[in-house]
Design a protein around this ligand. Sequence first.
Ligand code: MV4
Length: 454
Amino acid sequence: MFQKILIANRGEIALRIICACKDLGIKTVAVYSEADRNSLHVRFADEAVCIGPAKSARSYLDIPSVMSAAEITNVNAIHPGYGFLSENADFAEVCAAHGVKFIGPSPNVTRMMGLKQKARAAMKEAGVPTLPGSIDVLHSAEEALEIANEIGYPVILKAAAGGGGRGMRVVHSAEELPTQLLQAQTEAGAAFSVPDIYVEKYIPNPRHIEFQLLADEHGDVEVLFERECSIQRRHQKLIEEAPSPVVTPELRAEMCERLKVAFKKIGYTNAGTVEFLMDPEGNLFFIEVNARIQVEHPVTEAITGVDLVKSQILIAAGARLSDFLIRPIQLNGHAIECRINAEHPETFAPSPGRITGLNLPGGIGVRVDTAVYTDGVIPPYYDSLVAKLICHGATREEAIDRSLRALDMFVVEGIYTSIPLQKRILADEDFRAARIDTNYIARKMPPKATAAKG
Ligand code: MV4
């Protein structure tokens, strides 16, 4: 087992990884930017190294700085968390070259998952349902027109190197396709240095449903069911739940089995998430793979009892799933996560600053993952996540009611937060009836102008 792990991240996920290391008896090294000197991950790690200025390009994203910290502290492994370097195949290669285990999939698999059309082709080949569209990237406007004509409009153009909603365009007719393609290629080239575009059938207002996987380095794969992530705004998720209220036991069993076979076939290792769109008829279509631990992993932990971060570390150390998973995995109750962001609940504008008063809720069925404290500061340089509230209950209704109770006792003073918005969503009859899709927030809660601080 590893003696010491470096955590190449900050905030709540850095603390989450420290918890897993403490549970495993592994020493930890925190890295931090000048803006994070007083952060809790620095305080609770066994060692801490400053890796640069506040701007993440010069600290958390700077590979030489992170590797230098790993070398001087003599760690065996690096956990990248989510965001930052977590899906950077070059970084994973640099780790390997320095004899440091990267806690995640192999560089080759990470690289393939980052090229969305390649991941899509591999999934299709391995028997996972994908949307009709181009087999590879598009080579000409003629080819695009031919494929779009075949699958029917509307179609969506996606950047091969995009993902998470960046670099997408919906096209409604043949007339607008050639110009849209050219613009998409130009934009993708500028944004991702890769101009490649592929096309697929567009699904209006889909649900977003994703499956959680664990795969060991001996060819064994387990699927830990799915999460419903439809409640989002501009590709930022706000509420996630597990299981999805619309996935039937039959569909769940079929998808888990298909994904097990497919991920064995592609040689996937460590934790991963497979994203799907669900159309109004209830069909699931693969869209992309996230080769990392995700923000919303705790809802899966709540319903399965599996510590996903600890599992990642055990897998990276060479353990077999059969050594630590109790199988078959049981699905127990329902869990909901509310992302508490430092933002105006009506306008959604970012709201960094000092937290002058704080009460974190507790009680039965309540978990709070956070790195904030009274008088602590949310810096403006990073994402706006302040805390994750994860509530578990025997049923979806109980999980919702516990979430509302916990939100009522959740106090964050000094900055605006999304707490009032979360309360409105959880009390809404459409949400409670699970009538949700990716357009829910835009449709029901469009941006407004005013709200009170604290
Ligand atoms: C789509 C789609 C409709 N049809 N693909 C956005 C994020 C990226 N991972 C894929 N996305 C979408 N792909 C087809 N063929 C609609 C979206 C989409 C979306 C997906 C998941 C969650 C929220 C979303 C919000 C708007 C659009």
